[in-house]
Ligand binder design. Structure first.
Ligand SMILES: NC(=O)c1ccc[n+]([C@@H]2O[C@H](COP(=O)([O-])OP(=O)(O)OC[C@H]3O[C@@H](n4cnc5c(N)ncnc54)[C@H](O)[C@@H]3O)[C@@H](O)[C@H]2O)c1
Length: 308
């Protein structure tokens, strides 16, 4: 089959492309990115056997996917993704992410192409217990513009009914190393701070709150599973390796680096209370994810091993 990957130069996209040869069903991949993230280096030295072709396209242009033929699946990863900065970039983010999304779904509808749509577990709001995909609406109150946009995308897909075959995957916060690694998400950001000898900045009150995390390796398993099992049910699934508190994450980092300083910071998204995100629904479909993130943390810290 032929697939088209948007946002291919990003943190997740570059990991997927690097490992694509492990999905035998994929014969060719067309990679799309507008290179706004400036991660040209992700395109260097890809393994030849992946059979990939790169196209610089901005998906906010409704015609940007014109001319792509014989595509069976789109994995849509292109987005502006910094949740904390999305408060200041609200307008740009709404415009970029929703217009890109529209280009993708119009392409999929017109050409009968399946879609893997990624959302975020940040669509859930404060809750002291477990949240799952069927939770009451009152628990779906995303705090950041970034997560609000994801919820809008989910609704647009739901309203399309059977016009499109897709799954929406609500991903936990990603941890792990790829060519396009970013450091604005929690685990990677903590590792960066430790490597630079700076204090880990924790949102005030967040130290003992649970959050859902997801190893890059587990995201790849998700894509492989979806493609190999033809898993498109027009439904929403949480995708989580495990739920941890910030304190537990810091304890994991401490296994590799002993001297860690912690300081409290304010953030507009810190008023989330503790929540566990259930992964039962996906497990029941046969995909059980359970990375403890130790390897992701070790690999991330290892990137800085020669820096004093
Ligand atoms: N990383 C996480 O922790 C996390 C968690 C939950 C969900 N997600 C979602 O997974 C997807 C991929 O995340 P990521 O971490 O790889 O993000 P990323 O920011 O590393 O990569 C996104 C890529 O999309 C490209 N892009 C942005 N706008 C574009 C446009 N208009 N046209 C073409 N390309 C465009 C950027 O240049 C970038 O290379 C996003 O939808 C994100 O919201 C990520």
């Amino acid at each position: 089959m032929n697939i088209l990957i948007t946002g291919a130069c990003g943190h997740i996209g570059s990991y997927l492309v690097e490992n694509l040869h492990k999905i035998k069903k994929v014969k060719k991949a067309f990679l799309i990115d507008n290179l706004e993230s400036n991660r040209l280096d992700t395109l260097f030295n890809y393994k030849k056997k992946n059979k990939i072709e790169f196209f610089k396209r901005d998906l906010t242009d409704p015609k940007s996917l014109k001319g792509f033929k014989n595509i069976n699946l789109v994995i849509h990863l292109a987005s502006m993704t910094n949740a904390a900065k999305s408060f200041k970039l609200r307008k740009e983010m709404y415009s970029n992410n929703l217009n890109s999304f529209k280009t993708v779904i119009n392409f999929c509808k017109k050409n009968r192409v399946k879609l893997i749509h990624v959302s975020t577990t940040s669509v859930y709001t404060k809750n002291t217990s477990l949240v799952d995909e069927n939770c009451e609406k009152k628990y779906l109150k995303p705090q950041s513009p970034y997560a609000k946009i994801k919820l809008i995308e989910e609704k647009i897909l739901k309203n399309l009914g059977k016009k499109l075959k897709y799954n929406t995957f609500r991903l936990g916060t990603i941890a792990g190393v790829s060519k396009g690694i970013r450091f604005h998400t929690a685990v990677n950001n903590f590792c960066l701070s430790v490597a630079l000898g700076e204090s880990i900045k924790v949102y005030k009150t967040a130290l003992h709150q649970f959050r859902p995390y997801l190893s890059l390796g587990d995201v790849f398993k998700l894509f492989k599973f979806t493609i190999e099992k033809n898993f498109y049910e027009n439904d929403i699934y949480n995708v989580v390796s495990n739920n941890y508190t910030v304190y537990e994450i810091i304890k994991k980092i401490r296994k590799y680096r002993k001297n860690i300083k912690i300081s409290n910071v304010y953030s507009p998204i810190m008023n989330h209370l503790s929540y566990h995100v259930s992964k039962k629904k996906l497990s029941a479909k046969g995909l059980y994810l359970n990375s403890n993130l130790d390897r992701d943390i070790a690999n991330t810290l290892n990137l800085f091993k020669n820096i004093k």
